[in-house]
Design a protein around this ligand. Structure first.
Ligand code: ZN
Length: 407
């Protein structure tokens, strides 16, 4: 995210302070002269702001620099334990929470199974209770918590944090952000899970040389998010990136969304498992039957990938077809967006680099421009806390852009 530009007379002082503080948070340890250069302010202005930040105890001195002879400059860094912020990943099977300090380092994380998502209000209050209990256990003063970002799968209203629809949860029109906020003393923000994941993945892989990243989550469902710089491109209503619901085969199976032949209905983890169940039900000889020990209802995508890896014919057919369709979906997205980088994340990518190669081959075959456009296609970081970390980052980005930090 670029440093704020000087906007108008009233905002100058606050903007300058934010730029200096942000520079110390992002680029510290750093000395005053270097800050002045980075944020384009005079050294006396930076010195006055730094004095103020010292007074507020949000930064600290970590000694003198060693730059040759002469007077050594004082090196400044953010006080990492002054403020914390939280990221929560509301998953269908588990809740994951991370707590970061202001230096951006992950302090702690936890995972807890989530139960039945009904009634919605009770489920959400349980999620909130788990988060508050975890924070209490850490003995962090709530006044030191800047806020909590929540990642939720489904269509999330832009700016409202309302769940428009969450098919995996069976939810519709739930004021999630309002319900989570009630009784919580710091700001709460809700973002779509894939968008939160993409913010984190894009940051992990570095955004310096990259302008646009398409991050695709290939898991139980299929979602995508577009990151420009460090920000999510949300679209007009906040529902951009619904790659999973692009129709790649009009005659394909019915999707949860009501259309037929959506990418998700053909190539998600759920679809892969369902196709394997059908094969087993028709008594096809397959390694999958062995892996599920005859329990067709217990088949999951991992079993299908394991069988495919061992050379099992029916499993290979399913996986090849999934990769082909994902490649077609990606080619459509790349044709429209022309991104620098495509990151593939989610459970299906745990199958190994061979699945990535299959997807890449299909995508390249279906791309309009065959010239070397410098597009990078790679697997994501595959950290199970990526989405929770992304939710925390989204929250912090929002606080920075709204200048809502207590400095
Ligand atoms: Zn669909």
């Amino acid at each position: 995210m670029p440093y704020d530009k000087k906007l108008n007379q009233f905002q100058i002082a606050q903007t300058n302070k934010y730029n200096v503080f942000r520079c110390i948070v992002r680029e510290g340890p750093i000395n005053r002269a270097a800050i002045a250069k980075r944020v384009d302010l005079s050294i006396p202005t930076v010195m006055a702001i730094v004095d103020d930040l010292f007074e507020k105890k949000v930064i600290r001195s970590i000694g003198k620099g060693e730059f040759g002879v002469g007077k050594q400059p004082e090196i400044l860094a953010v006080d990492p334990d002054r403020f914390f912020y939280i990221g929560v990943d509301i998953g269908r099977s588990a809740l994951r929470i991370v707590v970061n300090n202001l230096a951006g380092a992950e302090t702690v994380s936890m995972k807890e199974p989530t139960g039945d998502p009904f009634p919605e209000k009770e489920f959400i209050s349980h999620v909130k209770k788990l988060m508050l209990r975890f924070v209490k256990k850490l003995k962090i003063d709530p006044e030191r918590i800047l806020g909590a970002g929540f990642a939720m799968p489904g269509l999330i209203g832009k700016g409202t944090g309302k769940v428009i629809v969450a098919p995996d949860f069976g939810w519709k029109d739930i004021p999630l952000q309002d319900w989570l906020q009630a009784g919580v003393p710091y700001p709460v923000l809700v973002k779509n899970s894939t968008q939160a994941l993409a913010v984190n993945e894009s940051a992990v892989f570095g955004a310096d040389e990259i302008h646009t990243t398409l991050c695709v989550n290939l898991g139980y469902g299929i979602g995508a998010a577009i990151i420009t710089g460090e920000e999510v491109y949300e679209g007009t209503g906040g529902i951009s990136g619904e790659l999973g619901h692009c129709v790649v085969d009009r005659d394909g199976p019915l999707c949860k969304c009501g259309n037929s032949g959506c990418l998700e209905a053909l190539s998600s983890g759920e679809a892969i498992a369902r196709q394997a169940q059908t094969i087993i039900a028709h008594h096809a000889r397959s390694k999958i039957a062995e892996l599920c020990r005859g329990n067709a209802a217990g088949i999951n995508a991992k079993m299908v990938f394991d069988a495919a890896e061992s050379g099992d014919g029916p499993a290979l057919k399913i996986v090849n077809s999934a990769a082909e369709n994902i490649g077609i979906g990606l080619s459509m997205a790349v044709n429209i967006l022309d991104p620098d980088r495509v990151l593939l994340c989610g459970g299906l990518m745990r199958s190994g680099p061979w699945f990535l190669d299959l997807i890449k081959a299909s995508m390249e075959e279906h791309l309009t421009a065959k010239t070397d456009r410098g597009l990078v296609l790679q697997a994501g970081a595959m950290d199970e806390y990526s989405t929770a970390k992304g939710a925390a980052r989204v929250l912090m980005n929002s606080l920075w852009s709204r200048r809502a930090l207590p400095v």
